[in-house]
Design a binder for this molecule. Structure first.
Ligand SMILES: Nc1ncnc2c1ncn2[C@@H]1O[C@H](COP(=O)(O)OP(=O)(O)OP(=O)(O)O)[C@@H](O)[C@H]1O
Ligand SMILES: [Zn+2]
Length: 699
């Protein structure tokens, strides 16, 4: 990606720098017109609101008391409970925390599952208990298991000697199988001692489910019927039935993959001209962007069989097993050519060889070598085309990327607005939607969402509609589902003392007021003091579409952002006195100093430091990692950096304070309104300025 040089991670999202965009200027004019009480100002405010209903930046403060109260809701939730998006209450510190996001980074539907392809046993048990694990397959000796999670993810787990494990799996309806052993006493002992009585039970369970017409687990994996033939770790689908029409958006990727379809359909056309048909193609992109779906669509379009596997499944306990699995897979594939072989998470085996903790991993190396051998082995027109997916192309072994192997890369990025509209259309097929649902608007409110996130959104909206006993999903359900996905569920039942309410109201009002009066800042979309997730309240801002699409942020924008973040604490200070400020702003502060530090260390925004990037390399943008905080500069430089950071923060502080003290009447009005109504939308908030005598802040 051309822009990865500049990319960084303030808040787990990608931010880039740019001059102010036209829309921000328009927002400024709007604000000005409101402030000048122009006759058309109401109209303009409305236009502004509809343009930007979204919350791509919000601040919030935690209300630990409310959290505690909400732990015992008066009415139990219905059975169809949407996925919780928040950490369990036990993870919550007794102190306030504040959230600040620049984009509504969706918590992916499986965010409560561990990352990576190796889970710890405790993580695994947790996931089982939450019903997130669909099936497990034990290695022959029972010391390792491979799991398939409900979201399709796979991972392996080292199994300690736990006599309760089988019971736990049984109670949670997990499908259990054991890798076929060549013979081996290990397997026998294992089954004999532990599994056998249970397997009978699992078999009955499945027969029962099938008899009821429930999902019995078709496919090559899973199902007790597979015990005898579970050596292969791949699935074979003769016809996927998926076409490019099922993949919404992703036009560029489809265009590039159309070529692969054509190779498969008319190989002669190419070979007649002496063209070598490519063997491998890498699909690169963040999780949930539809890489698997695309691969299936290629097979479907070409009308060829689809073989798929997750690379992590190749690697098992025993050296050599992975390699033999790869051999099996290709043997089968070649016999069915032309066909597609799809390898998910190729990075699980395709990492740089010899890297990793404790030196190389023999098993993985052998597996990857076998894969390379297979790919080198088939001649240009064997008709097997390997598609592999990864979100970490950077860690792949260079040998995989050489000509004749995965020498083509197709990027599958997060969808843009138009793509999101199309994906929403796909995922609302078969759902009863009210007339007021406008996909365009939803798409504008969901920058950064992947196909999987949008699917999740529509599903949550449907669940909400069902819980509300509605016949149709209306825009309200979608809106609520969206906010819930972004910020966690509202805790309407939470009991909040008046004192706390007042505090949160002023805190949020502080953010909103500074945001509204900062030139070139995003408009306020909504302010709420209803506790939600970990947050006691929050203020949503709506960045312009251009900013969201470009991901570019100017220096002044970042300076304003710091001031806005400090607005909450300053408001508390001004209203309740310095001795009564709370810890509610701790997260605000963390974000502020992170922004300031990035400005100095990475973006060349400090004259004293100059145009150099110092500090460690950035995190991986796909993985949303934090910037590493490694320091590669001298103590003297560190002192200058610290001073510069402090300077930026202090400047932001005094700018914000000036706004708050100058417009304290509006602060009071807004806080009052919040205490009355708990939620105030951007339009209503802006109307406070029309009666007031606010003047635009000029720095
Ligand atoms: N462009 C899209 N159009 C329609 N649906 C999509 C699209 N992208 C993703 N989805 C939905 O999201 C689900 C998950 O996508 P998929 O498994 O293909 O993503 P992936 O990129 O392979 O993710 P991972 O890297 O996690 O395996 C799909 O089943 C599909 O329903
Ligand atoms: Zn705050």
């Amino acid at each position: 990606m051309a822009n990865s040089l500049l990319s960084s991670n303030f808040f787990g999202t990608q931010l880039l720098l740019s001059p102010p965009t036209p829309k921000t200027t328009r927002k400024l004019q709007v604000t000005q017109s409101i402030l000048n009480n122009k006759p058309n100002s109401n109209h303009t405010v409305r236009a502004l609101q509809s343009h930007a209903t979204l919350a791509a930046l919000f601040f919030s403060s935690v209300n630990p008391q409310a959290v505690a109260v909400d732990n015992a809701p008066p009415t139990p939730p219905p059975v169809i409970e949407a996925q919780p998006t928040n950490p369990s209450p036990s993870n919550q510190s007794p102190f306030y925390q504040d959230l600040l996001l620049t984009a509504p980074k969706p918590q992916s539907q499986s965010s409560d599952l561990p990352e990576g392809s190796q889970w710890r046993y405790s993580e695994f048990l947790n996931a089982v208990k939450k019903g997130k694990v669909e099936r497990v397959r034990f290695s022959k000796d029972g010391s390792v298991l491979q799991l398939s999670a409900v979201d399709g993810r796979r991972a392996s787990v080292i199994v300690p000697n736990d006599p309760d494990l089988i019971d736990i799996l049984a109670m949670n309806g997990v499908d259990i199988s054991v890798s076929e052993g060549e013979s081996g006493n290990g397997l026998f002992n294992f089954i004999g001692n532990l599994l056998f009585p249970f397997l009978a039970f699992a078999g009955l369970f499945f027969l029962f489910r099938r008899a009821q017409g429930g999902p019995g687990g078709p496919g090559g994996l899973g199902g007790p019927m597979d015990f005898g033939r579970s050596k292969s770790k791949f699935q074979e689908v003769p016809e996927t039935g998926v076409t490019f029409a099922d993949v919404a958006g992703a036009d560029q990727a489809k265009l590039e993959l159309q070529e692969v379809v054509d190779f498969l359909k008319n190989p002669d056309k190419y070979t007649a001209l002496g063209a070598k048909i490519p063997k491998g193609c890498l699909l690169v992109g963040p999780p949930g962007t539809g890489k698997t779906l695309l691969a299936r669509a290629v097979a479907g379009e070409a009308g060829v069989p689809f073989f798929s596997c997750a690379a992590s499944e190749f690697v098992e306990l025993f050296v050599g097993v992975g390699a033999s699995r790869v051999r099996d897979l290709f043997e089968k594939a070649k016999s069915k050519a032309p066909c597609i072989v799809f390898i998910d998470e190729i990075d699980a085996v395709g990492r740089q060889r010899g890297a990793g903790l404790g030196g190389g991993n023999d098993e993985r190396e052998q597996t990857i070598n076998q894969l390379l051998t297979e790919m080198d082995g088939f001649s240009g027109n064997s008709g097997v085309i390997v598609l592999a997916a990864t979100n970490r192309p950077d860690v792949l072994d260079a040998a995989l990327l050489r000509p004749g192997r995965f020498d083509r890369q197709v990027t599958v990025d997060r969808p843009d607005v138009a793509g999101r509209v199309k994906i929403l259309q796909v995922h609302s097929r078969g759902k009863a939607l009210a007339k007021d649902v406008d996909f365009e608007k939803i798409a504008r409110r969901t920058p950064g969402f992947t196909g999987a996130d949008l699917q999740n959104l529509m599903n949550e909206a449907a669940i909400l509609a069902a819980r509300r006993d509605l016949k149709e999903i209306s825009k309200d359900e979608i809106s609520d589902a969206l906010e819930r996905i972004i910020a966690g569920p509202e805790k309407k039942n939470a009991v909040v003392s008046d004192e706390k309410k007042k505090l949160v109201a002023y805190h949020e009002a502080g953010h909103a007021l500074v945001g509204a009066l900062m030139p070139e800042y995003d408009p306020v979309a909504k302010i709420s003091i209803i506790p939600r997730g970990k947050a006691g309240g929050l203020t949503f801002f709506a960045p312009s579409e251009e900013r969201l699409e470009s991901g570019l942020y100017s220096r002044s924008y970042l300076e304003n952002q710091m001031a806005v973040a400090l607005g909450g604490r300053i408001s508390e200070e001004v209203i309740f006195g310095e001795e009564n400020v709370t810890t509610g702003a701790s997260n605000d502060f963390m974000q502020v100093s992170r922004v300031a530090r990035q400005m100095v260390e990475r973006f060349g925004f400090s004259k004293k430091i100059g145009l150099v990037a110092i500090g460690g390399p950035g995190g991986n943008p796909f993985l949303g990692q934090q910037m590493s905080s490694q320091k590669d500069y001298s103590m003297a430089t560190a002192d200058v950096v610290d001073a510069e950071v402090r300077d930026l923060v202090e400047t932001a502080y005094s700018r914000a304070k000036q706004i708050i003290t100058t417009h304290i009447d509006i602060l009071h009005k807004l806080a009052q309104l919040l205490m009355e109504k708990e939620t105030v939308d951007g339009e209503e908030f802006m109307s406070l300025f029309i009666d007031g005598k606010a003047e635009l802040y000029v720095s």
